[in-house]
Design a protein around this ligand. Structure first.
Ligand SMILES: Cc1cc2nc3c(=O)[nH]c(=O)nc-3n(C[C@H](O)[C@H](O)[C@H](O)COP(=O)(O)OP(=O)(O)OC[C@H]3O[C@@H](n4cnc5c(N)ncnc54)[C@H](O)[C@@H]3O)c2cc1C
Length: 433
């Protein structure tokens, strides 16, 4: 249950999780030693950085990618794996923020992101347990009205149809008494995020990208010929891509205040045998509509992978198993005492407006982060958009540049006490409606 990389053998390993235990490969990329030259240097080897590395290499750029730990060591290798079309912001909120035309285009980009991930899985033959079907569950009766309104808007204005399920229709698929209905997206789904990201890394290597692990970037010296300074050497390049997301810390002074790293946790039960097929009959991935969401799905070997936010800080709570056990027991009373084989956590980067922050500093430093819990699809797309912008095709990239992002109040140090207050507020709202 640790979040830190182990250096027992001197080489990076993934944090203990169901994904690490069922990973296709162990981390194997070398650390950078000495100086290198490349067209583009990418900081961060999660889905954003790997996606950019693949696209840029395919377009003929020389690419060096550096990760402080290992490929997919961060959120990309720990996520719930849910493929959710759209963003943390509702379409209604997007329209207020960007106007309907840009909101429509942004929504279509997330639909295209789903296709991008599916295409990569088939083109690069990535074995990652892909399953179709994803739903949001109404935790309170009034949430069904909000769902209906969103479904109508999406069908009428965004050319995207979701299915509304009433309480009984939902119960036929999900054997829980606690929900009031759902919207269901047959096109969404779930996958094993670490194995998907490892497949992406393999594709990027085969396309020519040079990937380095155990190489922390300490400084980025901007200018017409940027230098990326690491623990083991320097990379001289023409363009820099920063894809460090919730693990960015102070690498981009000023920009980091736009995102808040929030801890999210998952526990994997022991395999449930015949009971596995009974809990979620259509095998969809689900998330509930609470402010402090619970999200869950079945793994390929019949475990319940149950995730959510639990506490008031990024620190993993000491009673994590107890909290998750109580939530599962409430949702599935037929599982009164679930036993866990793995529990782990990671950081999600959340923006104030719940839209990703994708932009450029000067004319040669690109960054993308703040996917606000919707990064499996959009991190892949953001990597592609940055690669396209570097190649001179910036239309869709610039659309995100037009979104106004605000800093979290309190700056670097006071953002965390602010988070504690916000979590307390949301926990109370979940209780009181
Ligand atoms: C528990 C959990 C559950 C989630 N569930 C879902 C889900 O079901 N669906 C969904 O859509 N999204 C989900 N997300 C969010 C999603 O995983 C992320 O949005 C997405 O993976 C972000 O990818 P990334 O490449 O931008 O960042 P990351 O995968 O976090 O990668 C960032 C990388 O940057 C590296 N790095 C940081 N600083 C430096 C430095 N100075 N030098 C070098 N390298 C550095 C890190 O080591 C890390 O490997 C979840 C996240 C978590 C934590």
């Amino acid at each position: 249950m640790n979040n830190r990389i182990s250096s027992r053998s001197g080489s990076p390993v993934y944090p203990d999780s169901y994904y690490a235990a069922t990973a296709a490969e162990a981390p194997g990329d070398p650390a950078l030693a000495g100086d290198m030259t490349a067209d583009v240097c990418i900081v961060g080897g999660g889905m954003t950085g790997l996606s950019a590395a693949l696209e840029l290499s395919l377009q003929g750029f020389s690419v060096v990618l550096l990760d402080a730990e290992a490929m997919a060591w961060g959120a990309s290798g720990r996520a719930g794996g849910q493929l959710i079309v759209g963003y943390g912001a509702t379409p209604q909120a997007m329209e207020q923020l960007m106007g309907r035309e840009d909101a429509r285009e942004a929504f279509q980009i997330s639909v295209d992101a789903l296709q991008l991930v599916r295409d990569r899985i088939s083109e690069y033959r990535i074995d990652c347990d892909l399953v179709a079907g994803q739903a949001e569950l109404a935790a309170r009766p009034e949430h069904m009205d909000e769902f209906r309104e969103t479904c109508e808007l999406l069908a009428g204005e965004y050319n995207y149809s979701l299915q509304m399920l009433d309480r009984e229709q939902l119960r036929e698929q999900l054997d829980s008494p606690v929900y009031h209905g759902a919207w269901f997206d047959p096109r969404g789904g779930h996958l094993h995020p670490l194995n998907y990201a490892q497949g992406l890394a393999r594709a990027a290597r085969e396309a020519g990208a040079q990937l380095f692990s155990a190489t922390r970037v300490l400084d980025i010296q901007q200018g017409s010929s940027p230098r990326v300074v690491t623990s083991g050497g320097r990379v001289h390049c023409r363009q820099v891509v920063v894809a460090a997301n919730a693990y960015l810390a102070n690498l981009l002074p000023g920009i980091e205040k736009r995102i808040l790293p929030v801890g999210s946790y998952i526990c994997a039960t022991r395999p449930l045998g015949a009971q596995a097929g009974e809990l979620i009959r259509n095998n969809m991935a689900v998330a509930d509509s609470k402010h402090l969401t619970s999200y869950y799905r079945m793994s390929a070997d019949g475990r319940l992978l149950f995730g959510g936010r639990t506490g008031l800080t990024q620190k993993q709570p000491a009673n994590l198993q107890q909290v998750m056990r109580a939530r599962i027991k409430h949702i599935f009373p037929q599982l009164p005492d679930p036993q866990f084989d793995y529990c782990w956590g990671g950081n999600i980067a959340v923006t104030m407006n719940r839209m990703p922050d994708i932009g450029r500093l000067g004319n040669n430093l690109y960054y993308a982060h703040g996917f606000s819990g919707h990064g499996i699809l959009m991190a892949n797309m953001a990597g592609k958009l940055m690669a396209q912008a570097i190649a001179g095709e910036a239309g869709r990239f610039d659309l995100f540049g037009r979104i106004r992002h605000r800093n979290y109040p309190g700056g670097t140090y006071l953002r965390k006490p602010g988070l504690a207050l916000a979590m307390l507020y949301f926990a109370l709202r979940d209780l009181t409606g």
